[in-house]
Design a protein around this ligand. Sequence first.
Ligand SMILES: *[C@@H]1O[C@H](CO)[C@@H](O)[C@H](O)[C@H]1NC(C)=O
Ligand SMILES: *[C@@H]1O[C@H](CO)[C@@H](O)[C@H](O)[C@H]1NC(C)=O
Ligand SMILES: *[C@@H]1O[C@H](CO)[C@@H](O)[C@H](O)[C@H]1NC(C)=O
Length: 390
Amino acid sequence: MAACPCFLWSLQQQWIEVFLVVLVVTIPKATMGCYTSIFSFGDSLADTGNLYYSSQDPTNNCFLHPFGETYFQYPTGRCSDGRLVIDFVAEYFGIPLLKPYLGIKNGKLKDANVERGVNFAVAGSTALGIEFFDKNGIHNVITNDSLRIQLDWFKELLPSLWNSSSTSAGLKSILGSSLIFFGEIGGNDYNYPLFLQSKSVEEIMTYVPQVVGAITSGIKELIDLGAVTIVVPGYLPIGCSSTYLTIYTTIDEKEYDQAGCIKWLNKFSEYHNEQLQLALHQLRELHPHTNIIYADYYNAAFPLYQDPDQFGFTGSALKSCCGGGGSFNYNMSALCGSSVRIACDNPYHYINWDGVHLTEAAYRWIAQGILEGPYTIPHITMPCLMQKMR
Ligand SMILES: *[C@@H]1O[C@H](CO)[C@@H](O)[C@H](O)[C@H]1NC(C)=O
Ligand SMILES: *[C@@H]1O[C@H](CO)[C@@H](O)[C@H](O)[C@H]1NC(C)=O
Ligand SMILES: *[C@@H]1O[C@H](CO)[C@@H](O)[C@H](O)[C@H]1NC(C)=O
């Protein structure tokens, strides 16, 4: 245990007490990193600037004030007021915050230090390719840089990580000591049709096997290249998101749980997560030498909404910090960034940032729950220890 920056707290109360201390200082950093580098794939929950650098003339709310105000003091392309889960993960393992691949590729980001890690996640990205959405009449997809494209970028980058072409052993050893953060991805495959309200949930459920299939085939590709430790986050409880609460608002109280989240939407999130976990279980059996870790974002985030005061969320648990009014402070015609340039006074008291994305404070709790709490299967520190012992 001592070799790893990992504390196992079995009791949640203990976990919270220690965290409150940590909150004042910072998430403990690895004095001795378990991983030499981190490579990240996914969507806006993990994008540290790829959507921003993907276009000559970037236009997206996430690129505008007050995004980034809490931590960076300026917009960085992250869809939050500050750091994302992947940023806390990097800090935890003593690795510099991951730079977006497209910023490195187009030469706008210097001193990229790609050996320590690169981020391929793109806000708005989907697990399935754009053709799937075209075919299904879903035309509100904001980027074509789906998971397939992100994996191709990774392959493009590999020669700069490793130059010897005589043997694949060098590459395997680099990837073997890397942490791959694979997601969250797939959420947007459902968000686009659900935002449009053009499809029934029954129809969207038929997408799940395809979405999960795209995720697992991506993981297989990385394993074939030599990846060993792959963290695969699940989908958030979307029934608690201000956007969904606004879009699917109803006077039928039975549709809401005790916290005020929409039950059928959360059930749908859980359904995707269950199918994903079944597929990961099969992958582990096929590849016993790998560490495929499910990161349970759903259950890491759910308690925040159910018992917000306990986590310091004394604003309204279901309202956005930054939005254009209404019951959940979310208004599709007055979004954070474009029309609304001022956020709530204290984003630390809010879970939902702009309606879709969470605040840095909420992401910090999720990261903490993943890195040191009970929300990974198996526990993230196990492969880390195994790696040390090899
Ligand atoms: C994305 O793909 C569609 C075809 O499905 C194409 O019309 C569009 O121009 C592409 N967008 C970008 C930014 O490449
Ligand atoms: C591999 O070679 C390229 C081009 O010569 C160089 O820019 C890069 O730094 C090298 N990478 C490593 C890991 O040695
Ligand atoms: C949403 O914003 C639009 C544009 O500012 C405004 O006209 C409308 O009244 C707002 N709706 C609500 C429910 O606040």
